[in-house]
Design a protein around this ligand. Sequence first.
Ligand SMILES: Nc1nc2c(c(=O)[nH]1)N[C@H]1C(S)=C(S)[C@@H](COP(=O)(O)O)O[C@H]1N2
Ligand SMILES: [Mo]
Length: 258
Amino acid sequence: MSEKSRLTRRNFLTRLFLAASATALGGCQKLSESPWFVKILGVGEKATRRVQRLVLPRRAVAQEFTEAELSPQFRSNGTFMPRNPAYLAMAEGGFAGYRLEVGGLVERPGTFSLADIRALPSRTQITRHDCVEGWSAIGKWKGARLSALLEAVQVKPAARYVVFHCADPMGEDGSSPYYESIDLEDAFHPQTILAYELNDETLPVKNGAPLRLRLERQLGYKMAKYVMRLEVVEDFSHIAGGKGGYWEDRGYEWYAGI
Ligand SMILES: Nc1nc2c(c(=O)[nH]1)N[C@H]1C(S)=C(S)[C@@H](COP(=O)(O)O)O[C@H]1N2
Ligand SMILES: [Mo]
């Protein structure tokens, strides 16, 4: 989705909210919590998020499409082959040695093979991916529900975010691995999956093999590819640049709602 249409949608949501606040939502509980009405006028990322969460039901799902609407190809963006010898060796071996590490604020930290992940409750969804660079593609994804994995490891009460650590070193000198983070509300959303299939085939390396995040109500850069480790945290300010993601550390918004 282009910057312009995103802004238009943002304006649309703001207007929709303002209209709703004058009428249907007049008696809403949330409105009686008041002064945030003022914050909406601050039209920052937080305002967008509040408007989106208010206008759309909290658990709203992103639009899903039919097989007929699939893009002929799902392009690759950003890393298409991680410059990481350990990753490349694992890819050579068909990812037999792959283990997803799950740790941080969980009762039962552990590692999961691809077989373990495929054994978790799954979801298949045909959705549109929107990159901030202005291209979109519709793809069919199958993966383990992140909620099922988080239930298996038992998130501790202090937990607020899930951080995804990836195999691809970024930057000229490869010193900054790609990473991302989402809050628990998005982590437990039914369309949030750790995908291992794209268009009915094993996820290709160019799209993040063996496991990548799909999170359908945010922009493409949130959808970490080559996920190696999940870290459940209360706060991400101590990680890398402290802004919650590789691109966030370089100025992108942390909440990239669409
Ligand atoms: N690890 C990792 N994840 C990543 C990226 C990346 O370079 N490395 N690029 C992001 C961006 S900007 C987009 S648009 C999507 C692209 O996913 P695709 O390659 O399957 O099209 O992955 C996102 N996740
Ligand atoms: Mo992107």
